[in-house]
Design a protein around this ligand. Sequence first.
Ligand SMILES: Nc1ncnc2c1ncn2[C@@H]1O[C@H](COP(=O)(O)OP(=O)(O)O)[C@@H](O)[C@H]1O
Ligand SMILES: [Mg+2]
Length: 432
Amino acid sequence: MAAITMKNIVKQYGDGFPAVNDVSLDIADGEFMILVGPSGCGKSTLLRMIVGLEDITSGDMLIGDERVNEKAPRDRNLSMVFQNYALYPHLTVFENIAFPLRLHKVSDTQVKERVQKAAALLELTEHLDRKPANLSGGQRQRVAMGRAIVREAQAFLFDEPLSNLDAKLRGQMRTEISRLQKRLGITTVYVTHDQVEAMTLGDRVAVLRKGVLQQVASPRTLYEEPVNLFVAGFIGSPPMNFIPAAVADGELRTPFGPMRLPQTRSVDLSGREMVLVGARPEAFEDAAVVSDTVRDHGMTFDANVDVIEWLGNEQYAYVPYEAPDDIRKRLAELERELDSEAMRTQLVVSLDATSRLAEGSAAPLWLDLRTVHIFDPASGDNLTVSPTRGVEAPARQSGQSTADRGSEAGASDEDSRPQTPQAGAGEGTASG
Ligand SMILES: Nc1ncnc2c1ncn2[C@@H]1O[C@H](COP(=O)(O)OP(=O)(O)O)[C@@H](O)[C@H]1O
Ligand SMILES: [Mg+2]
């Protein structure tokens, strides 16, 4: 296993088009890194440069401490993990896993030892004599990973491995890959354009836009502190709402009335005429169900609820509104770039399942202002987030297990402070 370090990596194809543009990224030993972005943003190109299938135009690619720019793929000892189509149907599970060792003429005793060790890790021991066709999708995935494990590869690389599967199988495989990577602790780079995979699989997520790295952070930070409109719009479903606000006398005027930002979200508005206020669907609520203790943290306004979608555990309300032409244009542009669901000028609001708001009614809604973001519509910059949020350090030290992935012990600045020992626990027993 090894760390992967990219320094100012550029890839220009024949026509001079920079498919990857000055990407610097440190992937820690044992880390699960996701590369995400819309189709054509350069994810595959970057992954292929790591493996050695694509020449690097400029910059340095390091695996461990070694510069590998000029090394052939087979000398990099990395493993691209493919789907079941890469398994040989006429070979047993044992021989499928053993395949790379057979190619390298490894002795029979060695082969047996390594395959059995991998099979035990992958819970495939009792299936070693079976053929791939008789296995479930998840088991086949494990066989494919077993092949990578016996090679003792430095890292696993995946390029949208689940994109051809149906939704149910995709969910299963996602869990399978996550569980295995945690158990093995092998450095992993995983390319996807699916934001659910991006949010659930990785320790950190690197968001690419047109070959340029936008933000590298834990899923939680990406969601809560996106550095710009692009990241904010890409992560989250339904997406963040972007509400136009005119700046007048230092105050924000929105289609839903004046908005007074709390101290924690306030930004310097001097010299600005217009900003976009970003608010996640869940920042809104039916004002009728908001308790008095939190009401003061937000604004209450009258909205014309157009459509309501009731999903049992939650419901979404749609609230159309008027926006100036240039803002409409900017939002349409963003939508095209994100390949995303329509970001027309309507609010998508998540309501408590108990809310009794009806379609076609004018109703008071409440917006929690403690979590809103203020964006510059032209540059897209998030004015509420400090620029240092762009690249977040790896959550873990090299070699440490990834058992905390998915828990709150994520990777934000706050979380990486040393923990105080819990009451009753002796000094020095706290992990941290
Ligand atoms: N072999 C190639 N020759 C020329 N342009 C390419 C080649 N491969 C990819 N590109 C271009 O590079 C950009 C990034 O492609 P790619 O890395 O495949 O994106 P992604 O995997 O994010 O969808 C795209 O604009 C694509 O058209
Ligand atoms: Mg691709």
